[in-house]
Structure formats: structure tokens, C-alpha cells
Design a binder for this molecule. Structure first.
Ligand SMILES: NC(=O)c1ccc[n+]([C@@H]2O[C@H](COP(=O)([O-])OP(=O)(O)OC[C@H]3O[C@@H](n4cnc5c(N)ncnc54)[C@H](OP(=O)(O)O)[C@@H]3O)[C@@H](O)[C@H]2O)c1
Length: 281
């Protein structure tokens, strides 16, 4: 897909990965309708790009009125949007038992229900083009559920299922459905406790710019599914084929994960050998 001259609706545009994707898209001559909740961050983002390249649009995607306003605005753009990138999400790190119903509700509404609603609204617009794409930014945890991220993993597994189902439902149409999953990336998405866990596990953490560049190249190539990073791509596949192997490896990491997720007791404090048992995700 040649992105030059296309209108791209991109959610999570002020985020670490989203803002880097905006830059990569603008560099290719696309016009970006940049969506996030905070207008001041959106305006600052637009000011970093040539006039007219980025249109800020403030919307809480869990709010029906905001989504309707976004849809009305997007529908009037010329050229009409032909790419929808879903790069917003809500994080949730912690032990499941310590998380509450409100958090689960906000997590699922942000990471799963809002993508469903946005895709359904924008699909008729995308279908007016001979070539169009819906691109969901997933996660390694959308293929390999991780302790301390159970609810978040569930939301990303759901997102992957949504995109896979839609890709099959629209296999004979002009809209391509892509699920592209970064591994850990250095952005404000990760709370200090997540950064500390990544460091303790020896997890590789990418910079957002190369991640965004890889994601935008995958949009150009029309890659349907992509897990970024090695060995994350191997572990994600292995989890599908031989989940018991991953179960065993993660069981060895559990004391360390519990410690960082806030549920550790002195009895479960990790010993030194746990620190170097590599399952870097
Ligand atoms: N960072 C990582 O380690 C990592 C790894 C794998 C996958 N991912 C995925 O990559 C994507 C981007 O992550 P990131 O690291 O760039 O996150 P980030 O820096 O925290 O940015 C999140 C973005 O989403 C927006 N947002 C959040 N809730 C929203 C809502 N209800 N309505 C509208 N906008 C909302 C935020 O802006 P406002 O706060 O202004 O709304 C912000 O622009 C996400 O799907 C994430 O799951 C991230």
C-alpha cells in the first residue's frame, strides 16, 4: 500500500508508539487524523509536523458521544480515510486478585470494545476504497498470556481474535485486517514496576521509533500478522504449539513476577538463579 496522499485515522496518537507512527506516516506523505484524549498533547504533536499534515482530534474512545463526533469528522475528510490504526490502549499490571471490577471494565472497554465500535463505524468509509486497512496494535501478551498481566493479556487476546475473525469475514473485500504486535517498548505505557520487572527478567525493551518504522512498513507490505522481536516471535508461536513448555518456564519466574506485581511475601522473594532464567518478553 502506498501511503502517500492517504488519510489515516490513528488512535493513541500522543503515545510513545503512536507519536512515532505519526512521524513515520507523515514522512510518507500521509495525512493523519490524530486521536487521543488530551487536546494539549495532541496540539503539541500537530505543531511538530508541517501545517496540515496532522489534524488533532480529542476523544475518549470509551465515550459514545466522542466516538460519534470522531466518526462524523472522519467521514467528512477528503480524501476519505482508507487506513484505521488502533494504537491506543490502557495498561494493567498487577496481580489479578488485587484488581477491581472498575479496572476490568475500563480495560475491556478501552482495549477491546472501543476497537470493535470504531471498526464497525468506519468500515463503510474504508470500503469505499479499492484498497484499505484496519491495523490493530497488539502485544506479545496477545499471543502469550503473562502472569501479572492476566486481564491485559485477555484484552489483547480478544483484540487478536477480533482482527483474525474480521480478516476472514472480509477476505474477499478491499479492507485488509492486520494484527501487529510489538514487544516491550520504552514508553509511558509501562509503569516503573513494569520497567523494573523487565530489567529483572532481562527483557529486551525497544525504542519506539524503530518499532513505529517496522509497524508502518508492515502496513505498506500488507502483513496480516506480525510479532516483533526475537525471541518473542518464537515464544509466541511456541505458546500456541506447546503451551506446557511456556507454563514451566514462567512458573520458574513467578516469584520474581509476584514481587514486582506487588503481591510478593518474604517467602516468595526470588533467589538469584531466578533472575537469569531467560524468557524475555
Ligand atoms: N509500550 C509497550 O511496552 C508496549 C508493548 C506491546 C504493545 N504495546 C501496545 O502498543 C500500543 C501503544 O502503546 P504505547 O506504549 O504507545 O502507549 P502510551 O504511550 O501509553 O500511549 C497510549 C495512547 O493511547 C491514548 N489513550 C489511552 N486511553 C484512551 C482513550 N480511552 N481514548 C482515547 N485515547 C486513549 C493516550 O492518550 P490520552 O491519555 O491523551 O488519551 C495515548 O495517546 C498499545 O496498544 C499497547 O498495548 C505497547
Amino acid at each position: 500500500m502506498d501511503l502517500e496522499g492517504r488519510t489515516v485515522v490513528l488512535t493513541g496518537a500522543t503515545g510513545g508508539i503512536g507519536a512515532a507512527m505519526v512521524a513515520a506516516l507523515v514522512a510518507r506523505g500521509a495525512h493523519v487524523l490524530a486521536v487521543a484524549r488530551h487536546p494539549e498533547r495532541l496540539n503539541a504533536l500537530a505543531r511538530r509536523h508541517p501545517a496540515g499534515a496532522v489534524t488533532p482530534f480529542a476523544a475518549d474512545l470509551t465515550d459514545a458521544i466522542d466516538r460519534a463526533a470522531l466518526f462524523t469528522h472522519a467521514r467528512r475528510l477528503l480524501p476519505a480515510p482508507s487506513v484505521l490504526v488502533l494504537a491506543h490502549a490502557r495498561p494493567a499490571f498487577g496481580l489479578f486478585a488485587a484488581q477491581g471490577d472498575d479496572e476490568f471494565d475500563a480495560l475491556v472497554r478501552t482495549n477491546l470494545t472501543a476497537p470493535m465500535q470504531l471498526i464497525r463505524c468506519l468500515l463503510p468509509v474504508l470500503q469505499t476504497h479499492t484498497q484499505a486497512a484496519v491495523v490493530a496494535i497488539g502485544s506479545t501478551f496477545g499471543s502469550l498470556a503473562f502472569p501479572g498481566f492476566s486481564a491485559y493479556s485477555a484484552s489483547k487476546f480478544g483484540l487478536r481474535g477480533l482482527i483474525e475473525g474480521l480478516g476472514r469475514e472480509h477476505a474477499d473485500g478491499p479492507v485488509r485486517f492486520q494484527y501487529l504486535a510489538p514487544r516491550a517498548t520504552k514508553t509511558p505505557f509501562n509503569a516503573p514496576a513494569v520497567d523494573a520487572l523487565n530489567q529483572a527478567l532481562g527483557t529486551h525493551v525497544d525504542a519506539p521509533e524503530p518499532v513505529a518504522e517496522t509497524l508502518v512498513r508492515a502496513i505498506e507490505r500488507g502483513t496480516r500478522r506480525r510479532q516483533l522481536g526475537w525471541p518473542e516471535a518464537l515464544f509466541a508461536r511456541l505458546n500456541g504449539l506447546l503451551p506446557a513448555l511456556i507454563d514451566r518456564s514462567l512458573a520458574r519466574q513467578l516469584p520474581l513476577i509476584r514481587l514486582h506485581a506487588g503481591g510478593a511475601t518474604a517467602a516468595t522473594t526470588p533467589s538469584q538463579e531466578h533472575r537469569h532464567d531467560p524468557l524475555p518478553l
